[in-house]
Design a protein around this ligand. Structure first.
Ligand SMILES: [Zn+2]
Length: 279
């Protein structure tokens, strides 16, 4: 699933590519992805201009000129691929396509999704803040105002949680998923099964540093393309060679040479080095 670095990569690209463009037409071939009646969706979106592209947690927010915002969640395998007027399409651009946005300048945005868990929603821009409060998303980890003290307070609220599950819970911190929770815990040298309450202050600080550092690094490399993820230009992210544990079960730890292991924790896979990460 695209996590913060992937969704933020797409957001940055789309902000540059789409701001100021008017939506001229929409083709919808999989109506269930649109979480409102199609005629209402078309009536609101067609003719509107995209003012800006924002993000909260893993959700992209297209702010429109008519007081509405379009929320797009890519979930497991969604892609948004932009092509200019006349630009040749690659096979991947239209593979598993369910929605196409046509802009007034003849550029296009393809919303593709192999597993079809993604969605598009409309919310009045004025109601966005309330919407995200109701969804109970935790703080944005890369915001400057997300501090170590904030992190320690949140950690104290979930004393019994295993740290892997703690990091995945969007109500604790937004935007971290399976890939980066594994990488953050490797960076911190903490075993994924450790309980939040058992962490020493120094260990909690390392996890906090890992959150900032790993997410920033992954963003710099435009995210991780281990499966379906492509950025808004249809390119792969370049973080895979930098992964230390995620997806490396059975391979050697890049730091100590031990064999990377995988464990199921609460239905999710945790990859870790049994030597570098303390239980
Ligand atoms: Zn190791």
């Amino acid at each position: 699933m695209p996590e913060l670095p992937e969704v933020e990569t797409i957001r940055t690209q789309l902000q540059k590519l789409l701001a100021g463009k008017r939506i001229a037409k929409i083709d919808v071939s999989l109506p269930k992805m649109v979480k409102l009646p199609l005629d209402k969706f078309r009536k609101i979106v067609v003719g509107a201009k995209i003012i800006s592209v924002g993000r909260r947690a893993k959700i992209l927010i297209f702010n429109l000129s008519n007081g509405w915002s379009m929320l797009v969640h890519l979930k497991m395998s969604g892609r948004l691929i932009f092509r200019k007027k006349g630009e040749a399409l690659k096979e991947q651009d239209t593979k598993w396509n369910h929605l196409v946005y046509y802009f007034a300048d003849n550029s296009r945005l393809f919303h593709n999704d192999l597993r079809q868990f993604g969605y598009v929603k409309l919310i009045e821009t004025a109601d966005l803040a309330d919407f995200f409060v109701r969804e109970k998303f935790g703080p944005e980890p890369l915001e400057k105002d997300f501090t170590l003290d904030d992190f320690l307070v949140i950690l104290k609220r979930r004393p019994k949680a295993k740290i892997k599950q703690f990091l995945l819970d969007q109500q604790n911190i937004s935007g971290i998923g399976n890939i980066y929770s594994d990488e953050i815990l490797f960076f911190a040298g903490i075993h994924p099964q450790r309980k939040a309450a058992d962490l020493k202050p120094e260990e909690a600080r390392k996890i906090f540093d890992g959150i900032k550092k790993i997410l920033t690094q992954a963003l710099k490399y435009r995210g991780t393309s281990d499966s379906d993820y492509l950025d808004a230009l249809g390119e792969k992210g370049e973080y895979v060679p930098r992964l230390k544990v995620y997806g490396r079960e059975g391979e050697r730890c890049k730091k100590c040479g031990a064999i990377i292991q995988r464990l199921k924790i609460g239905g999710r896979s945790a990859h870790f080095c049994p030597q570098c990460q303390k239980l």
